[in-house]
Design a protein around this ligand. Structure first.
Ligand code: SF4
Ligand code: SF4
Length: 422
């Protein structure tokens, strides 16, 4: 674990603002781990807010919904923040941001919902892990083995990002209602909420809920990784190659719990999320409530004028986020931050050869040898990369951060991970 400059102060105390309605949204047909969806609309169709517009019959998927009402104008190739380019449904907004379409559910009906019914609502609402993993949530709510513990992840350990912190302060009761639904699905009674010590308001807000044990964690990176959370809250280690459910634990993010609340209590699918817009180019960093599919240039315009032209645009945080090549790229379900860095902050540096200092090995929170996986990956030696445990990498980026030769270790390790699971 490492201590990083947090850089959260400029946005952490500001109320979330609603982004001006975009004129067009670009909704990629894949925003989750699993199968790509098929469009259920065509160019020329009118769609209402929250209408399902893409889905597929598959074991691992979630559907996609219209995040604005209006007209489908195209289904075309478009930039994707994680995958480079994919097909996206383009909707031209009719300017009617009509949230009244979502009717409130009755509390008595909610109380009667079975675990299976809650999971079905979560699937139909297109909910994925919103901490960045994008794994379909309904599957995580149905683990293949018995679990007895739920950990809610409110750590938000990435520097700069404050979207989860704002949500925890502004929507405490709603997140609590979402957590209650998750625990009902899993049948667990032990519930922990992990929050870093740098979020005193959120800690105070949740401490009044007796059913949840709030665990105050050190502000260290990567405190919010599933393995680190479990180790620091429960003192248990996940064996190499295993997942949390193998030791009876499920971890869910606070924003995911909120999305579950919205789906069950308001019949509202996952069509918007909070995004922190920040970085050295932004005069006034803030948190925005953004329709999914909004191009990042709309967020930049809303927060402008910028202090200077960004040298690097990152979706996510500085450690785990992904650099983008265009401001046309849309916000998707897992995009918690938009970072606009100037040249100095972006530290665009040339790679030098490895000097075998072992700093990356000492820094890796899951005990890997990043330098060796990097070498294997560069030589396309995938079975060797597998032996070095590439698939256990949690993509925290610490190895890149500590490497004095500025080697792009994470990028090659990510490539090895993809090859290893083929
Ligand atoms: S190898 Fe993976 S888990 Fe280890 S430091 Fe690098 S990015 Fe983090
Ligand atoms: S930190 Fe960089 S230079 Fe040092 S061993 Fe790892 S890859 Fe090599």
């Amino acid at each position: 674990m490492v201590r990083l400059a947090e850089n959260k102060h400029s946005s952490e105390n500001k109320l979330t603002e609603k982004l001006t309605l975009p004129s067009k949204v670009y909704l990629p047909l894949i925003q989750h781990l699993g199968k790509i969806c098929n469009p259920e609309v065509k160019a020329g169709d009118m769609v209402s807010l929250g209408q399902r517009i893409a889905s597929i019959e598959a074991n691992v998927y979630v559907p996609i919904h219209a995040s604005v009402s209006g007209k489908v104008v195209a289904i075309q190739d478009w930039p994707h923040p994680v995958l480079g380019r994919t097909k996206a449904i383009v909707i031209e907004s009719d300017g009617q941001d009509n949230h009244a379409v979502f009717s409130l559910n009755d509390q008595q009906e909610i109380d009667k919902l079975t675990a299976g019914e809650i999971r079905k609502i979560v699937l139909d609402a297109g909910i994925v892990g919103m901490g960045g993993a994008s794994f379909p949530t309904h599957i995580k709510l149905n683990p293949p083995g018995p679990v007895d513990t739920l950990i809610i992840n409110g750590a938000e350990c990435e520097p700069y990002l404050t979207s989860d912190a704002r949500l925890m302060v502004e929507k405490t009761a709603e997140i609590f209602a979402g957590i209650e639904l998750i625990s009902r699905c899993l049948g667990v009674e032990k519930i922990y909420l992990g929050i870093e010590e740098n979020k005193p308001e959120a800690i105070k807000a949740f401490s009044r809920f007796g059913d949840i044990q709030v665990k105050v964690l050190k502000s260290e990176y990567p405190q919010g990784g599933e393995k680190q959370l479990i180790q620091n809250i429960l003192g248990k280690e996940i064996p190499r190659g295993k997942l949390p459910f193998n030791i009876g634990v499920v971890v869910q993010n606070v924003a995911t719990a909120y999305a579950i609340y919205e789906a069950v209590y308001k019949h509202k699918p996952l069509i918007e999320r909070i995004v922190t817009v920040t970085g050295s180019c932004v005069e006034n960093p803030r948190n925005l409530l953004v329709p999914i599919g909004t191009p990042v240039k709309n967020l930049i315009e809303f927060c402008g004028p910028l202090k200077e032209e960004p040298a690097k645009i990152i979706i996510g945080g500085p450690m785990m986020g992904i650099a983008q090549y265009t401001d046309e790229v849309p916000i998707i379900k897992s995009s918690g931050g938009l970072l606009l860095m100037n040249k100095k902050e972006a530290r665009i540096l040339n790679e030098d050869p490895c000097i075998r200092c072992a700093a990356c090995i000492r820094g890796c929170p899951v005990g890997l040898m990043p330098c060796q996986i990097n070498l294997s990956s560069e030589k396309s030696l995938w079975s060797q990369a597998k032996e070095y445990g590439a698939s256990d990498c949690i993509e925290c980026g610490i190895c890149n951060y500590v490497c004095p030769s500025k080697r792009r270790l994470l990028q090659t390790i990510k490539r090895a991970k993809l090859e290893v699971v083929k």
